[in-house]
Design a protein around this ligand. Structure first.
Ligand SMILES: Nc1ncnc2c1ncn2[C@@H]1O[C@H](COP(=O)(O)OP(=O)(O)OP(=O)(O)O)[C@@H](O)[C@H]1O
Ligand SMILES: [Mg+2]
Length: 264
């Protein structure tokens, strides 16, 4: 499903210009990282994709649907968005109910809902926690419930806002595998994060925002080669990439595996 953002502007009522003439085309099945300093407009841009915010000028299209012409409830069929903070999202008493809420609302049959929930719980390592209260889980557990709720909806597009915050190393690795599996199913994935190591290992295309404008949009290797732009925008490349750069490896490494491949 093609995502087309066309010259959008958005200023919050308090007068903060959060998006300033942003245009972006995301092809079906792309894995895109959205990065930039605090306050650069990442979450504001993401909220335009599920219709929580509407552009004050310009337009956003999700497939053939223009977001101003459809309710957020309808757009939820096409875009699932996981909030930065799981506690803003979770509201049910049982993990199972939380994850079932989206599919039920989309009108799937009880049998289909059961399958969708089971799959999502399994993928996020939550099968054994389905009867627990999300509030009794730790922060990373609640984060994984929020991710499972989005995945269960089986939308063609998924947006995760800071998904790795609070996850330990093995949970992050598991999330990387989940992203790879969603990608294999043909989903479009947009991830907002400050975690360059995670992004470099798992995503292909990088979009950099600065004060509400896109200043760089490039495949991962080209992106991390643009040292000056990244520095100006407060982006620090993964350690392994900096080491690869310092050693002038012919092909810039984005992961330890790539670094070792380039090691003669
Ligand atoms: N509800 C709001 N009301 C007024 N201003 C807001 C609101 N939400 C965000 N802003 C402002 O809009 C700008 C963009 O904010 P946004 O949350 O989109 O940035 P971000 O890139 O997601 O930042 P972070 O990395 O901290 O999550 C910032 O200047 C922010 O202070
Ligand atoms: Mg944000």
């Amino acid at each position: 499903m093609l995502i087309q953002i066309d010259h959008i502007h958005f200023t919050y009522p308090a007068g903060v210009k959060a998006l300033d003439d942003v245009s972006l085309l995301i092809q079906p099945g792309e894995k895109v990282a959205l990065v930039g300093e605090n306050g650069s407009g990442k979450s504001t841009l993401a909220r335009h994709l599920n219709g929580l915010l509407r552009p004050q000028s310009g337009s956003v299209w999700i497939g053939g649907w223009q977001t101003t012409r459809h309710s957020p409830a309808k757009l939820a069929r096409r875009v699932a968005y996981v909030f930065q903070n799981p506690d803003e999202q979770l509201f049910q008493q049982r993990v199972w109910d939380e994850v079932a809420f989206g599919p039920q609302n989309l009108g799937f049959s009880p049998e289909q809902v059961r399958k969708m929930v089971e799959q999502a719980l399994e993928l996020m390592g939550l099968s054994a926690s389905s009867q627990l209260n999300p509030r009794d889980l730790g922060y990373s557990g609640r984060k994984r419930v929020a991710l499972a709720s989005a995945i269960a909806m089986q939308t063609p597009t998924l947006i995760f806002d800071e998904p790795t915050a609070g996850l330990d190393a093995s949970e992050q690795e598991q999330l990387g595998k989940v992203i790879a599996s969603l990608h294999q199913q043909g989903k479009t994935i947009l991830i907002i994060s400050h975690d360059m190591d995670f992004l470099a290992e798992n995503l292909d295309r990088f979009v950099l925002l600065q004060r509400g404008r896109i200043v760089l949009d490039a495949p991962a290797q080209d992106f991390f080669s643009q040292k000056r732009v990244l520095e100006a925008c407060g982006v620090i490349s993964p350690q392994i990439t900096r080491l690869s750069q310092a050693l002038k490896q012919p092909s810039l490494a984005l992961s330890v595996e790539q670094f070792l491949d380039g090691w003669e």
